[in-house]
Design a protein. Sequence first.
Length: 395
Amino acid sequence: MTRSVLLINQHYHPDFAATGQLLKDLAEDLVTKGFVVTVLSGPPLYSREKAPHREMLAGVKVVRMHSLAIRSMRLPAKLLNWLSFYVLVFFYGLFLRRHDIVMALTTPPYVGFVGWFIATVKRSKFVLNVQDLYPEVLGAAKVKASFLAPFFMPFSRLLYKLSDKIVVIGDVMADKILSKNPGLHESRFAMIENWANGSEIWMVDPAENHYKPKWGITDEFVILYSGNMGRAHNFDVVYELMRRYRDEEKVLFLFIGGGPKERNIRFFCRTNGIKNVQFHAYVPRSDLAYTYSLGDLAIITMEEGTEGLVVPSKFYAYAAAGLPTLCVSAQGTDLRKHIKEPWGLITKNAEDAFKFIEGIRQSEYKHHDDIRAYFCENLDRPIRTAQYAKMFENM
């Protein structure tokens, strides 16, 4: 019997947001497995590319509602974007045909309540997909609205209770939810990690990488940070590394993406005379293989206390490109089972981070093939989307 799924998320292709890219992969793979898939999303927020209100994209029915898309990092703008999305999802969802399963992601937070209501009215099963743990992440990321976190805790508990299935993207995340919600049974959870698309991100030969001359990169050792520079990311260790390499012309710090902390990093570079650095905006998804392959080593950063509340998706793309990875975090991160020596290190110590970078930099063997092989065996898109298909089939 053909199963139908309604997916709800603020972002979808051509938006650059990680959840939008992941959802596109999932939706298209579900279609190839015989599912009927509809996506409710907002207009592109990070991408300037225009997208139609409705379209069939690779067999997926995509409805991009005309919710607000204020391109600002400030909280009031985000709240307005979220509120308009909640309202439109409510009305659009009620007038769509019935789906067997409704799954809502946590972007924006608590849109799951709207998804649950639609599922209840339509007599569908409801799945909550937890990408970020709200409201706990507010306090850990030290946002101004963190004082509201205790007020929202009961809403989170209620949403977990209402969900037929709760998808988490890490085991530490699952433990944190269970510890604060003892009434929930482990059988309600499905642990399905995020992924990267190995057919879109691979190790590009430097001689064939047109981004090298485009951005004036020659034979430098490139330390890459790609993706969101958000409030859940701490750059103190990165700042120390930039100081140490300030006079190294053959070392380049490359930042690709954006976010509220980008201006902090730029300010640090200006005031500390950091010249061996480049900043670039997000690139189209079709170019990701080229920009990731510019790196010799990649960096992930996490604000202290966010371990288990967020799981940086950029790691999977780094692994797809075969990049050794420095994760600036406590050991409690969900990525601890993947990032291991000799090609990976998790630390909050700047000296250890420096030694790791130097070890990779001075070594003739860069581990690229080993990392890529690990990715293909454990982290590639088909592995993860098949887990979702199996879960939906069993509901």
